[in-house]
Design a binder for this molecule. Structure first.
Ligand code: NAP
Length: 333
């Protein structure tokens, strides 16, 4: 067995020290390696995934709540090797390969080392690469929770619902399509023309090119109305969804803006049959275990759009902001 790595006093990291600035606002720095608290693990990182929320926080999405303070090392979704464990950690030891979701308040993923809570860390089996594991926490976790919210059962024992998945080629969408297929749902998906074949191959029954008038209307080619929409795109109004929903169809909105929150509140208080329902990821270890299990058993894949070394993280950041990734954007340490 390879010896567990030991940590040096300082590490390379990428941070920003103010809101705004995009990729140019990121700085390469040398900072002290963090120390784990009693329930935490110190990880030598192998890979981190970038999620849109990482650069949206930099843009000020949750200003002034997040980031808690500057400078801030972004990134929550990581895979690495345990270097040291806090005094109360019981389930891990130095040398374990893991996948973790770091605390969103503190970030820390774009660095050579990071501390992760034991409660959001799981072991990574050798069949799963660091990049494949790092892709999971936010993107697959959100896809899983959105599908659970509509009653999907991943052993195929649930109802055969009609679902629409928007932005099915993105980080969240590609996991959502695969999970919906496992649940035996009838899937209509939207994506760009270049990804239609991929999305079909992962389980979509019908695929719409979102840049065509038919795609923009969201109408299923077979005329089916949707029981649920897993909405991963932005900028689609309720008036587009409303006519394509079944009588009590719901849109699970993963990208709710202020207007969507008002609309969903109105739907709730008026007991509307068709509803817009915002959903935010609630990270938990059981879901991460479940998702790693699906990768290990070959029931789901992490599709990697591109990988960048930490030294070229600006390119990864720009690529995520551009919004045209097919699957996950990974930074390798
Ligand atoms: N609620 C939550 O807790 C939560 C959690 C995770 C993510 N999110 C949000 O969910 C959204 C999706 O995240 P992600 O990681 O999947 O993003 P992503 O990977 O950046 O998505 C990029 C993909 O979306 C496609 N796309 C863009 N606009 C589209 C449209 N109108 N119709 C169909 N496809 C479209 C693009 O296709 P082309 O390249 O062909 O344009 C590209 O393949 C983000 O806004 C993110 O912030 C929310």
């Amino acid at each position: 067995m390879a010896a567990a790595p030991t940590a040096p006093p300082t590490m390379r990291a990428v941070q920003y020290d103010a809101y705004g600035g995009g990729a140019a606002g990121l700085k390469h720095v040398e900072v002290p390696v963090p120390s784990p608290n009693k329930n935490e693990l110190l990880l030598k990182l192998e890979a981190a995934a970038i999620n849109p929320v990482d650069w949206k926080l930099q843009q000020g999405l949750l200003r002034p709540l997040l980031p808690r303070k500057f400078p801030f090392i972004p990134g929550t979704d990581v895979a690495g090797v345990v270097v040291a464990v806090g005094s109360c950690v019981t389930g891990f030891q130095a040398g374990d390969h893991v996948v973790a979701m770091l605390n969103s308040l503190y970030g820390g993923g774009l660095a050579e080392y990071a501390v992760a809570s034991e409660s959001l860390t799981i072991k990574r089996p050798p069949e799963i690469s660091a990049a494949e594991g790092a892709g999971l926490p936010v993107a697959a976790g959100t896809a899983l929770q959105a599908l659970r919210a509509i009653g999907a059962k991943f052993d195929g024992t649930g109802k055969p619902l009609n679902v629409l998945i928007t932005a099915a080629s993105g980080g969240v969408g590609l996991y959502a399509v695969q999970l919906a297929r496992l649940a035996g749902l009838h899937i209509t998906a939207t994506c760009g023309a270049r990804n239609m074949q991929l999305v079909r191959s992962l389980g979509a029954d019908e695929v719409l090119d979102y840049r065509t008038p038919e795609g923009a209307s969201l109408k299923s080619p077979s005329g089916k109305k949707y029981d649920y929409v897993v909405h991963c795109a932005v900028g689609i109004s309720w008036s587009t969804f409303e006519p394509v929903l079944s009588e009590s169809g719901k849109v699970i909105d993963l990208t709710p803006n202020f207007a969507a929150i008002l609309k969903s509140t109105l739907h709730r208080v008026t007991f509307a049959r068709k509803q817009l329902v915002p959903l935010l990821l609630s990270p938990n270890k059981a879901d991460l275990e479940f998702l790693v299990g699906l990768l290990r058993n070959g029931k789901m894949k992490s599709l990697i759009d591109s990988s960048f070394p930490l030294s070229n993280v600006m390119k990864a950041w720009e690529k995520s902001i551009e919004g045209h990734a097919t699957g996950k954007i990974i930074v390798e340490m």
